[in-house]
Design a protein around this ligand. Structure first.
Ligand SMILES: Nc1nc2c(c(=O)[nH]1)N[C@H]1C(S)=C(S)[C@@H](COP(=O)(O)OP(=O)(O)OC[C@H]3O[C@@H](n4cnc5c(=O)[nH]c(N)nc54)[C@H](O)[C@@H]3O)O[C@H]1N2
Ligand SMILES: Nc1nc2c(c(=O)[nH]1)N[C@H]1C(S)=C(S)[C@@H](COP(=O)(O)OP(=O)(O)OC[C@H]3O[C@@H](n4cnc5c(=O)[nH]c(N)nc54)[C@H](O)[C@@H]3O)O[C@H]1N2
Ligand SMILES: [Mo]
Length: 738
């Protein structure tokens, strides 16, 4: 039996260190590599199910080509050479007829540190139309951090320093083992804890201070807290005076948010707003972990994230030991941005990025302004990768597929995402995908999206490739931690899978990109990117590096603000964002009313739907096919307040229709008292591999998938980032017993 040191990607972004015991081509056992710095820091159920997942009959093994109409589930097995040759020929023809911009790609949440390869391919191909989940997940946070602080922001929890740990719209009990363990540790060493969440989650139950605001009103709350803190003189004067830009303008803006007004918007009492402000200011430094809820709550996604960050800045918890640190890449490492070949995409092609004229922050106009600042500090090796911070607007791309406006989008390559489950307005996404001339899905397993594709290609999973956490590889944190493949991706007679790097390279080689893909394998890429660090340690190969010590850390320190200008236009923490101003947006945070709702809709669909709260063990639409996972959570659940349920004649365990003007789906009721009767909480990502694969079922795509009911109308998207609403005040619905 051998021990392999791998990076787990059963969830998103971190690449937790695992030790995989292998016997030939089989996994014996997976355990956490507790010596490494990035781990779940406690129990995580998913790695225990690695063998069932890796060997599952639902996995894709060889390239497949459709041999009947889309969705008929009839396939011909072909070689990788044939697949690449045919797809490349079709792409070349589409580029010739419609222009390079008619190729789009869809990405999900970060599931490996190979995203740079997609940007590289697309830059060389000539298309700016990479779109994906980061528009509503991490991208907004990241752009707010870059424009405000000139770097990423990470919590720096320390037993002797941290006075308060805050979870803001984040439930790590279900969705982030290491954050959950940090939260419990903070309690143990005597820090106070605070949770901002409309639902009484496990962290909320355990917190010293729980703020149960109305969904989608975080911007108003944060502005109101700043109003009290400034008016009562509770802010960190020294930090504000020395290191921030625009405090006087911010002070004027927050005057519009006295506790009484904020109370009306958030559903809290004015007393609670005041006491929350005092509690926060009295316990500094505090760490802040912001979840995805704010980013999902258009029209206030960006405004909320900005407001929360400014709140933590003025109380003095940013750039402070025990609070939160401003960070960047590890010295000696080549981060993703420097691997993307962004200079290869011409200004003319950049200007064609769909949605970038309207949503300018997380697309080329905003990214270019940020990149200029980043280069001043880090040169080429900066953390603003385009795959994280510069995207086409997904709902607008789907509309372009259907209407050819602003121009035709004829081909889509889907990698590590499942658009029929993860984007809202499934009906429209479905029609858009069917309207393409070429649809390619490159995934680890079968998915409903794969079933309607022209080519379905088998991807290596984390056990079958060397990899590093996304944050590290993007340069958001000065730590690199890497893992090796535990198992081969190709076993003659059984399967032939490629990892995502090999996939993009394979396609690139057939489209005249030979000179830009010098590294044949993903291992060679890592050796190139880690070379300086490896030379410092005098190791030659990736394998030696990993077996000696698989990580390198430049411990980030507080005090960056005093060491010279930050990577922002003013060189300071921009409470007033000059980049927002240049983009034509409000440079100060504000609370926007969801004014795209008419009274009739409000009356007919009175309930707010908090969609997609995380549940163990699933990761979005994944793992529904794996019995070990499914037994833990067999069915989709909608949580309903007992009073609402009584009014509707719904009992615990009943099937319930969730309806909107777009459609209806069914989930099973679980009665609760943990939130207000005006809301329900629905799960996302549900499909049923046990149901028929062929159209129209597509494995039960239309049964319980909450995104069937959610609108993605660009009018209701965040006006700055374009983020589509998945939570917040635009998510209205009604329910009845099925
Ligand atoms: N209603 C609602 N919708 C939501 C959310 C919500 O809260 N509510 N959450 C949103 C958020 S935050 C996100 S991030 C998105 C997630 O959106 P997606 O990332 O599209 O979600 P998944 O369903 O996990 O799809 C990922 C697919 O990638 C495949 N995969 C995993 N690893 C790899 C790999 O290494 N290579 C390749 N090629 N494929 C791989 C998996 O098998 C799976 O089919 O969903 C969003 N959708
Ligand atoms: N098990 C599991 N873990 C995951 C994932 C998964 O699919 N499954 N996905 C991963 C991904 S890609 C992401 S983005 C993260 C997301 O991780 P989280 O950010 O923790 O995601 P959620 O569970 O959707 O939402 C957190 C909380 O926000 C609350 N909330 C809803 N609306 C509001 C609001 O308007 N304001 C505030 N303040 N709170 C609100 C919800 O009640 C919920 O408790 O999880 C990651 N971890
Ligand atoms: Mo996400």
């Amino acid at each position: 039996m051998k021990v392999r040191y791998s990076s787990c990607y059963f969830c998103t972004s971190k690449g937790c260190a695992m030790k995989v015991m292998v016997d030939g081509e089989r996994i014996e056992r997976v355990v956490v590599d507790t010596k490494a710095p990035v781990t779940p820091e406690g129990f995580c159920v998913r790695p225990t199910l690695a063998r069932e997942y890796q060997e599952h009959p639902f996995r894709l093994n060889y390239p497949l080509k459709r041999r009947a109409e889309r969705g008929a589930n009839q396939w011909e097995e072909i070689s990788w050479d044939q697949a690449f040759d045919e797809i490349a020929a079709k792409l070349a023809s589409i580029r010739q007829r419609y222009g390079a911009e008619s190729l789009a790609t869809s990405s999900g949440t970060g599931r490996g540190a190979w995203d740079f390869a997609k940007s590289r391919f697309m830059n060389l191909f000539g298309s700016p139309n990479r779109f994906g989940a980061v528009t509503i997940c991490y991208g907004p946070r990241s752009m707010v951090w870059f424009t405000t602080f000139g770097g990423s922001v990470v919590p720096d929890q320390k037993p002797d320093k941290t006075k308060l740990a805050v979870l803001w719209g984040r439930n790590p009990h279900e969705g982030g083992p290491s954050t959950w363990h940090s939260f419990k540790k903070a309690k143990q060493f005597g820090a106070r804890t605070m949770v901002v969440d409309p639902r009484c989650t496990e962290p909320a139950r355990q917190a010293d201070w729980w703020v149960q605001l109305k969904p989608g009103t975080d911007a108003a709350l944060a502005l109101g807290l700043m109003q009290v803190i400034i008016e009562e003189g509770l802010y960190d004067r020294e930090f504000v005076d020395s290191h921030t830009f625009g405090f006087s303008q911010l002070r004027e803006r927050v005057k519009e948010y006295p506790p009484e007004r904020v109370a009306k918007i958030t559903g809290l009492s004015a007393w609670k707003v005041r006491e929350t402000a005092r509690f926060l200011a009295a316990h500094q430094p505090s760490t802040m972990v912001i979840g995805v809820a704010a980013e999902h709550s258009a029209p206030n996604s960006i405004q909320s994230v900005r407001a929360i960050n400014l709140l933590f800045a003025i109380v003095g918890s940013i750039d402070r030991e025990g609070g939160n640190l401003i960070t960047g890449p590890c010295s000696g490492f080549i981060p993703d941005a420097a691997m993307e070949l962004n200079h290869m995409l011409s200004p003319q092609q950049r200007a064609k990025q769909i949605g970038s004229d309207r949503f300018r922050l997380l697309s080329y106009p905003g990214w270019e302004l940020v990149e200029e600042q980043m280069r001043k500090k880090w040169g080429e090796r900066h953390p603003a990768a385009v795959y994280l911070n510069c995207l086409a607007h997904a709902p607008s791309v789907f509309r372009a597929m259907l209407t050819e406006k602003p121009y035709p989008v004829k081909a889509l390559i889907v990698t590590a995402s499942n658009p029929l489950l993860s984007y809202p307005n499934t009906g429209l996404v479905y029609k858009a995908l069917l309207a393409t001339e070429l649809l390619v899905t490159f995934d680890i397993t079968w998915t409903p999206t794969a079933l309607i594709s022209d080519y379905v290609l088998p991807a290596a999973c984390w056990l079958e490739r060397p990899d590093m956490g996304n944050f590290a590889s993007a340069g958001a944190y000065p730590l690199v931690q890497i893992g090796e493949a535990a198992l081969p991706a190709r076993v003659p007679g059984k399967y032939e899978r490629l990892n995502d790097y090999e996939f993009w390279r394979g396609l690139g080689l057939r489209l005249g990109q030979e000179e830009y893909w010098p590294w044949e394998t993903f291992e060679q890429v890592w050796e190139y990117r880690l070379r300086e660090i490896m030379d410092r340690r005098e190791v030659k190969t990736l394998s030696e590096f990993i077996h000696q010590q698989r990580w390198e850390l430049d411990t980030p320190k507080a005090g960056l603000c005093s060491q010279g200008p930050l990577a922002t236009p003013s060189g300071k923490v921009e409470l007033y964002s000059t980049i927002f101003e240049r983009l034509g947006y409000d440079p100060l945070p504000d609370y926007l009313e969801p004014d795209k709702l008419d009274d009739e809709t409000r009356r007919q669909y009175p309930l707010l739907n908090i969609s997609g709260c995380r549940t163990i063990p699933f990761h979005h639409s994944e793992f529904r096919h794996v019995q070990g996972f499914r037994r833990l959570h067999p069915e989709p659940i909608v949580e309903i307040h007992v009073d609402l349920a009584r009014r509707k004649g719904i009992a615990d365990g009943d099937w319930v229709w969730i309806e909107t003007p777009l459609g209806r789906v069914k989930q099973r009721a679980r009665l609760t008292t943990s939130f207000n009767p005006g809301y329900i909480s629905t799960q996302h990502g549900w499909w049923f591999p046990e149901m028929p694969a062929e159209q129209p079922s597509l494995h039960g795509l239309w049964e319980a998938n909450i995104n069937v009911t959610i609108d993605d109308d660009p009018e209701k998207c965040d006006p700055i980032s374009g983020g589509w609403p998945l939570k917040g005040q635009y998510l209205r619905c009604r329910i009845r017993k099925a």
